[in-house]
Design a protein around this ligand. Structure first.
Ligand SMILES: Cc1cc2nc3c(=O)[nH]c(=O)nc-3n(C[C@H](O)[C@H](O)[C@H](O)COP(=O)(O)OP(=O)(O)OC[C@H]3O[C@@H](n4cnc5c(N)ncnc54)[C@H](O)[C@@H]3O)c2cc1C
Length: 311
């Protein structure tokens, strides 16, 4: 079977691998230059910073052993706590990251697959029993793009499932990390600083003598400032960070801001993964917005497709 998977994020790549392993001809279409989607990492001066998923859980034994096999010694655990309203967030939970950046999960998954980067899928149209994308016909198409983008590709109503934006900012300070905690989390949704994580808690990421913080603003704040210039909101967020973590503004170094238009699934129920004969969805349109959950959704969609056999 010829199958197109739209998106080289974690769910699309997991799905594509399973289908390719079962002997199907799979093409992954990815609009950007990078792999991993919202499991994103970037160079920040000499530092390496995760700008999307900060860490991931591996509660499912099957997924855990797949990730262990794939990542080998790159798979690391964050040992320092996350503090949430004065409590330690999910005591005992294991939190994982990849030494060379969480986006490495994407590149590792993509090995051996036919991934076409900088290849933005347009409208998916039905031609008899086949589906056509970018001039090529496939027996099945799986989209892993967030629902508003998938809906546009499929010509469906996007309003059923909303995705929330997120403003993410990174700040470097020219002082070492005090090592007391990894992150602070506001689960009330009231505080503009929804998440502050210190990348120093991830081994080997940050140059010595410096510290780097990743902030995710709350959904309300992100919605309010989404279309504003990053210089406007990143300054405000840095001042809030300095007050909350006791950092000196004089020691502030580099800064950057990133706008995630579709960061996480918000209101609305999950979509079903089988939209029509040969047309499927995976990723957080059909699961919650966590790396482990979208991984699982990629497996489930591949299994569904394989169970159909002749499609
Ligand atoms: C700021 C932030 C922090 C997060 N923190 C965590 C965390 O700490 N732990 C955790 O488990 N999860 C976290 N998440 C959630 C997690 O990152 C996502 O749920 C998960 O990575 C989504 O994977 P996916 O494969 O479903 O989608 P994506 O990663 O979004 O992949 C979809 C891909 O499709 C591509 N695409 C879209 N449209 C097209 C098109 N027309 N043609 C071709 N390609 C297209 C996109 O470029 C993208 O690469 C976070 C997310 C964000 C944004």
């Amino acid at each position: 079977m010829q199958i197109a998977v739209i998106g080289a994020g974690i769910s699309g790549l997991v799905c594509a691998r399973k289908l390719a392993e079962a002997g199907h001809r799979v093409v992954v279409l990815e609009k950007s230059r990078s792999l991993g989607g919202r499991c994103a990492t970037r160079k920040f001066g000499e530092h390496l910073v995760d700008t999307g998923a900060q860490y991931f859980t591996l509660r499912d034994e099957g997924i855990r052993s797949e990730v262990e096999q794939l990542a080998g010694g790159q798979l690391k655990k964050i040992e320092k706590p996350i503090l949430s309203e004065k409590q330690i967030y999910r005591v005992g939970e294991e939190r994982f990251y990849l030494a060379n950046g969480n986006n490495r999960l994407g590149s590792l998954l993509a090995e051996g697959l036919d991934v076409r980067k900088e290849c933005e899928a347009g409208r998916v149209v039905q031609e008899g029993k086949r589906w056509k994308v970018l001039g090529e016909e496939y027996h099945a198409v799986v989209s892993s793009a967030p629902w508003p983008q998938s809906a546009a590709l499929f010509g469906m109503r996007e309003s059923e499932v909303a995705f929330e934006p997120n403003l993410t900012a990174c700040f470097e300070y020219l002082i070492p990390w005090d090592g007391s905690k990894y992150a602070t989390l506001d689960s009330t949704g009231q505080e503009p600083l929804a998440w502050v994580g210190c990348e120093n808690a991830k081994e080997g990421r940050i140059q010595s003598g410096k510290s780097v913080y990743v902030i995710q603003a709350s959904t309300a704040y992100s919605q309010q400032f989404l279309e504003k210039d990053p210089s406007e909101w990143s300054r405000d967020l840095s001042e809030r960070l300095e007050r909350s973590w006791g950092l000196s503004p004089d020691k502030r170094g580099m800064t950057f801001g990133h706008r995630w238009r579709y960061a996480r699934r918000g209101r609305g129920t999950e979509k079903t993964s089988a939209l029509a004969d040969g047309l499927y969805l995976c990723g957080d349109s059909v699961s919650d917005s966590r790396v482990e959950s979208v991984w699982k959704s990629g497996i489930e969609v591949a299994e569904k497709l394989l169970a159909k056999g002749g499609l």
